[in-house]
Design a binder for this molecule. Structure first.
Ligand SMILES: Cc1ncc(COP(=O)(O)O)c(C=O)c1O
Length: 362
C-alpha cells in the first residue's frame, strides 16, 4: 500500500515548534501601522549601500567567492584574522547551522526563557531536546546557577544572548566565564551589542576557549534585516566547521557588497545607533512616569512590565493596534501577563507610541 506524504517526512518536522512569520505579511499589507514589534531598524540603507549593491549586480551572473577582503575587514574589527570569520545569511543562518554542527537526535540544547523564538524550533528540527531555564523571578536576569545545574552528558550546545532578548540585560563577565569553563560548546549571540558603544565584544574569549563562538548580525544597528548578513567569529577550527555546514553560497554578492559598504562608512551605523538610543531614553523616562517598569534599553527593544496595570498583554497589544502600532507579544513570565516589547521606529511613529501609552496607561 502506498504511504501518505506525511509518513515519509521526518516526524520531528511536525513535532517541532513553528516560528510564526505571519505578522510580516500582515505588516507589509498595512504600511501605515508602525512596525515596532520586530527589532528592526527604522532607518533604510544609505545611498552608499544602495549604490554598492547596484554595482555588485554587474557580477550577478558569477557565483559568490569567499569574500576574503570583507572577512579581513570584519576580522580587523575584532582583532582577528579572516579565517576566524564565517559569513552567514543573517544570524538566523548561524542559528540553524549551529544546531546541525553540534546536535545529534536526543542531544540537549540549553538556553534561557523567554528568548528569541527562532532558537527552539531550529534545535527541534534536528530532533534535539530543548532545555529552557526560566530567567530569575526577582530581576529577569539569567538564572546562571539554574542553567549550570541543568548541564548533563547530553548537553551539547549552550546559548547566551548578550544583551539578552527580550529582557535587555547583560550577563556578568564572571558568570559568562563559568559557562565557558564548562567546556560545552557555547554560542554568545551579540546581535544587539552594537548599541552599546562602551562595551567591547566578547570575541577575545575564542582564543582561550576554542569551543566558544560568537554570532553577530547586521540586522539590528546596521539595519540590514531585509538584506540578510551576519557572521560567526570563532577559532579557525570552529569557523571551518561552520563553513562546512553552511551552504557554499549562503551569502549573495549583493549582501556582501552592502556589508562592505556600511563597514567602510561607520558614520551610517553611528547615526542609526544615536537615533535608537535617544528614543530609548525618552521611552524609558515616559514609561517610568506612567508607573510602568521598562527593562534596560541595551538593544533596539525594550521589555516593559505592565503587570501592575491589571491589563493583559493581549489587551495592550489590541489597544496599540487600534492606534496603528504593532507591539511584540511577550508570553506570561512566571505566570504573570502584562509584559510587552517595543522597538523605536521613526520619529513620527515614536511620537504615536508615546501618545498611545500616555492615553492608555494614564
Ligand atoms: C538574539 C537574536 N539573535 C538573532 C536574531 C536574528 O537576526 P537575523 O537573522 O536577522 O540576523 C535575532 C532577531 O531578532 C535576535 O533577537
Amino acid at each position: 500500500m502506498k504511504k501518505n506524504l506525511k509518513d515519509w517526512i521526518v516526524p520531528w518536522l511536525y513535532t517541532s515548534r513553528e516560528y510564526n512569520v505571519g505578522i510580516l505579511d500582515e505588516a507589509m499589507d498595512n504600511p501605515d501601522t508602525a512596525r515596532l514589534m520586530l527589532n528592526e531598524n527604522p532607518i533604510p540603507p544609505s545611498e552608499k549601500v544602495i549604490q554598492a549593491v547596484a554595482d555588485s549586480l554587474r557580477h550577478g551572473n558569477w557565483y559568490p567567492d569567499s569574500f576574503l577582503r570583507l572577512r579581513t575587514k570584519i576580522g580587523k574589527m575584532y582583532g582577528l584574522g579572516p579565517n576566524n570569520v564565517a559569513l552567514a545569511n543573517g544570524s538566523s543562518d548561524t542559528i540553524d547551522a549551529m544546531m546541525r554542527v553540534f546536535l545529534q537526535p536526543g542531544d540537549e540544547f540549553l538556553l534561557s526563557t523567554p528568548t528569541f523564538e527562532l532558537f527552539p524550533p531550529r534545535a527541534e528540527l534536528c530532533n534535539a531536546k530543548v532545555v529552557q531555564v526560566p530567567v530569575r523571578k526577582d530581576n529577569l536576569n539569567y538564572d546562571v546557577d539554574g542553567m549550570l545545574n541543568a548541564i548533563n552528558d547530553r548537553t551539547k550546545l549552550i546559548l547566551i544572548i548578550n544583551p539578552n532578548n527580550p529582557t535587555g540585560v547583560f550577563i556578568d563577565d564572571a558568570d559568562l566565564d563559568r559557562f565557558c569553563e564548562t567546556g560545552v560548546p557555547l554560542c554568545v549571540d551579540e546581535a544587539y551589542l552594537d548599541y552599546n558603544l562602551d562595551r567591547p565584544s566578547k570575541a577575545s574569549l575564542i582564543e582561550k576557549y576554542p569551543q566558544v563562538f560568537l554570532s553577530v548580525t547586521f540586522s539590528k544597528a546596521y539595519g540590514f534585516c531585509g538584506i540578510r548578513f551576519g557572521f560567526v567569529l570563532g577559532s579557525e577550527e570552529m569557523v571551518a566547521a561552520f563553513n562546512r555546514m553552511f551552504l557554499p553560497w549562503n551569502v549573495s554578492r549583493m549582501a556582501a557588497a552592502a556589508a562592505e559598504a556600511i563597514i567602510d562608512n561607520p558614520a551610517e551605523v553611528k547615526s542609526k545607533v544615536e537615533h535608537n538610543n535617544r528614543w530609548m531614553a525618552i521611552f524609558t523616562e515616559e514609561l517610568e512616569k506612567l508607573g510602568l517598569k521598562p527593562f534596560p534599553a541595551n538593544g533596539n527593544y525594550m521589555l516593559i512590565d505592565g503587570t501592575m496595570t491589571g491589563k493583559t498583554t493581549e489587551e495592550i497589544l489590541k489597544a496599540a493596534l487600534d492606534e496603528k502600532i504593532y507591539l511584540k507579544k511577550i508570553g506570561e513570565i512566571h505566570g504573570k501577563t502584562g509584559y510587552f516589547r517595543v522597538t523605536p521606529g521613526t520619529d513620527e511613529e515614536n511620537e504615536r507610541f508615546m501618545k498611545f501609552i500616555r492615553t492608555y496607561f494614564a
